[in-house]
Write a protein that binds this ligand. Structure first.
Ligand SMILES: Cc1cc2nc3c(=O)[nH]c(=O)nc-3n(C[C@H](O)[C@H](O)[C@H](O)COP(=O)(O)OP(=O)(O)OC[C@H]3O[C@@H](n4cnc5c(N)ncnc54)[C@H](O)[C@@H]3O)c2cc1C
Length: 517
């Protein structure tokens, strides 16, 4: 077997014959001696005059043992096994549950939101009428914040082996096999909801449980472990109590009630840095032209970008860039203004959007020290509420990028993908000054990296504030249990130990392994 790299023009997908020809060259043998070629990874290379796909391939000669079969996931029947309560059915909770099935524990998922299909009606009400359901929205409900997202499936984590444990299970539950191949895999909201439903059906089939419309509000330690009390949000009403020795808290960065409960109980929490800024929206064709140097063709994927710079000792960077995407309202309570981006699998909208954010450090939060570990959370809430008050609705305060830099209110605004609408406002004054001042310096700087990026055609909308959790639930580095609550495992983004779909899923797997240990 030989692993090698080969490039092919992006104008059409390379065929098996193309791969065999490349393998024969790389392996120094006639094509007839090449038995199998397996593509491992591919990325788009737009640096040269001809845009190419660069592949990493494995070639096997005749007579050699062939490639290993794909790994199998031995989910056990756990009907009578020891239960583990998992609060939150986002990527962390779901992949923790799947790993528990393999390890022989019974996952009991408790989720405040609705199943992935029912959830869509509440999101439509939010976008069309501005009505926020505090338990069912773009962050809450089956699949968590990742379901109606851009579905980007990459992480900066270097443990690629583990990443495949997540991606291969996504494929097992219906995602396109290409996510195993692409350097920047992406699923898209239109496809993700079916994968999430299939995961549920798999967990139920093996004896796990789901309880939707159950918002966990209180936790009590008992001699046998933990008792959770959840408000029943459906027609049953009242409360339901769940008990088990082990509890996984995978409630995401917006599950504020859990932080508040821990704070009231005096259980350990830490304020955590996060990042805050705006969503920048450009016409996708402008980004395509810049990234493909004028060579964009419809067979190419809409171009992505990633930007980072330092301004006055602080990182300013792009976050969650959505090519061919849409801007969406991702508030989780009435009176909040929060934006995020999503896309469908074909990323076919006319717009490219990305969060452009500034890191928030403890020195920015001196006015909030009275809130102790919730200081960053209170700051985040205050900014979100103040942005809502500007328009009195989820209509987004917005400004042309060039006007923002020149501190000028925009006379008019370009069209936007943001359905609830936009209102021209002086974002340069409305955003906290340590954010606005750095953003104003960063945009012209970004133009040096992507020509045409700094343009009056680009729209800035506020506010991008849910980049990661503003609170950490500290845990023992070995057992991953919460420092004040043995048997409780803070997990995923809400715990402050992950950010993004794949890293949250990986954290869910780690927690399951720790429980089994
Ligand atoms: C619009 C949008 C687009 C995004 N795009 C991407 C992307 O393209 N790629 C990427 O990697 N990341 C993306 N993200 C971020 C990603 O979705 C999160 O990092 C990831 O979902 C975190 O996973 P999690 O399981 O830790 O938490 P979450 O996904 O937030 O899940 C937490 C779950 O807990 C439930 N919950 C909360 N409190 C309670 C309670 N008290 N009782 C019961 N249940 C509760 C919630 O309803 C929710 O379902 C996006 C996020 C948003 C909002």
């Amino acid at each position: 077997m030989k692993e090698f790299e080969a490039s092919f023009p992006a104008v059409h997908e390379p065929t098996q014959e193309d791969f065999h020809r490349a393998a024969a060259r790389a392996m120094g043998m006639p094509e007839s001696r090449v038995a199998t070629v397996v593509p491992l990874k591919r990325s788009l290379d737009a640096r040269g005059k001809e845009i190419q796909y660069r592949y990493r391939l494995q070639g096997y000669a005749q007579g050699e043992p062939g490639p290993a079969p794909r790994r199998e996931f031995a989910y056990q029947d756990v009907r009578n096994a020891e239960p583990v309560l998992i609060v939150g059915a986002g990527p962390a909770g779901l992949f923790c549950a799947l790993k528990l099935l393999v390890l022989g524990y019974k996952p009991i998922l408790i989720e405040r939101g609705k199943d992935v299909h029912a959830r869509k009606y509440d999101m439509a009400k939010l976008s069309r009428a501005g009505e926020v359901n505090i338990d069912s929205n773009y962050c809450f409900g089956e699949g968590g914040a990742g379901t109606f997202s851009d579905g980007k499936l990459y992480t900066r984590s270097s443990k690629r082996g583990d990443i495949y444990e997540v991606l291969e299970q996504m494929v097992l539950f219906g995602a396109d096999e290409r996510i195993l191949l692409e350097a920047h895999p992406h699923i898209g909201s239109d496809k993700l909801s079916q994968v999430i439903e299939n995961i549920r059906l798999g967990i139920l089939e093996h004896g796990g449980e789901y309880h939707f419309n159950r918002r966990v509000e209180r936790m009590h330690r008992t001699p046998a472990g933990w008792q959770l009390t959840a408000a029943c949000l459906d027609e049953t009403g009242g409360e339901e109590v769940f008990e088990a020795k082990h509890v996984v808290l995978a409630t995401g960065h917006s599950g504020k009630e859990i932080y508040e409960h821990f704070y009231e109980q005096g259980w350990e929490l830490e304020a955590k840095g996060f990042a805050l800024g705006v969503r920048a929206e450009h016409p996708q064709n402008l980004i395509n032209n810049a990234r493909y140097h004028g060579l964009y063709k419809p067979y190419l994927p809409p171009a992505e970008y990633s930007l980072v710079t330092q301004v006055e000792g602080r990182g300013v960077f792009s976050f969650c860039m959505c090519p061919g995407g849409l801007l969406i309202p991702s508030a989780t309570a009435p009176g909040e203004q929060v934006l995020n981006g999503m896309s469908n699998s074909n990323r076919s909208s006319k717009w490219a959007n990305a969060g452009i954010v500034v890191s928030v450090e403890p020195e920015d939060l001196t006015a909030y020290t009275q809130y102790g570990p919730l200081a960053a959370l209170r700051f985040q809430q205050e900014v979100e509420r103040s942005m809502f008050e500007v328009t009195g609705s989820i209509k987004a305060p917005a400004q042309r990028m060039t006007d923002f830099v020149r501190r000028k209110v925009s006379a008019d605004l370009p069209k936007s993908s943001y359905h609830p609408g936009t209102s021209s406002q002086p974002l340069h004054e409305l955003l906290p000054s340590f954010v606005a001042d750095r953003l104003r310096k960063a945009f012209p700087e970004f133009d040096r990296k992507i020509r045409g990026y700094y343009t009056s055609e680009a729209l800035l909308l506020a506010v991008e504030s849910r980049t990661s959790s503003p609170v950490r639930m500290p845990r023992d580095p070995e057992t991953l249990e919460h420092l004040s609550c043995p048997g409780v495992y803070p997990c995923g983004e809400g715990a402050g130990y992950a950010g993004g779909i794949v890293s949250s899923a990986l954290d869910g797997i780690r927690v399951a392994l720790s429980i089994a240990r």
